[in-house]
Design a protein around this ligand. Sequence first.
Ligand code: 4HQ
Length: 246
Amino acid sequence: MKFRILTLFPEMFDAVTGASILGRALSNQQIKIECDNIRAFSKDKHHKVDDAPFGGGAGMVMKVEPLRDALNSKPQLPNSRVIYLTPKGETLKHEKVVSLAKYDELILVCGHYEGVDQRFIDRYVDEEISIGDYVLTGGELAAMVVIDSVSRMVSGVLNNEGSAEEESFSNGLLEYPHYTRPQVVDGDEVPSVLLSGNHAEIEKWRYRESVKLTAERRPELLSEDQKQALKDNFIKKKKRVEKKRL
Ligand code: 4HQ
């Protein structure tokens, strides 16, 4: 997977190229990150990349020509997508991350100031993506979120091949809680089922914990079947309590 970034601040991407899993994916050539500095494509003597908005108002708008020339400075791969990061875009979700991982190249356009001239978006951008309902100072952090989340879906990037599948969202649920050594810390114990060695029971426990947590925090993520199963369970438990009372 190749990530090409059009940005005014290429240094910001050092944050993801050096460290941890992405650093390894880069040196293993499973991913590639290339920055093009938009300012280098300004033909203006002051390297101007923005200008005042037509119609008036506060802030500045990024000009079409430097963005267009930065984009066209390299050939686009055949299976490629041009993405503009903006709060107006489709909110990034797990399913979107999975589908973006199918491209050979993602070209991420990072805006600053009030954003970019609409004519650049209309002519060159395939899709607009938002990383959430809040406002950043620029598209760079959003682009890094796309790079990080998409990279870990690229085959071979994660050490543990299963770990992308086991996590939150891959089964549509929030993940069950995790525990590691020691068995007791400050008097707090690990749930005994996890020490039982009974893998069928452990799997059942983890699934129940996932459904419980999802019902509490993100009920909108549960399917109708999962909600019905929770209700049936609740009724069963109530009946058991009533029977004990008799
Ligand atoms: N911005 N998700 C404004 C974002 C953003 C987001 C990027 C700030 C674009 C012009 N991008 N610039 N939220 O807030 O993607």
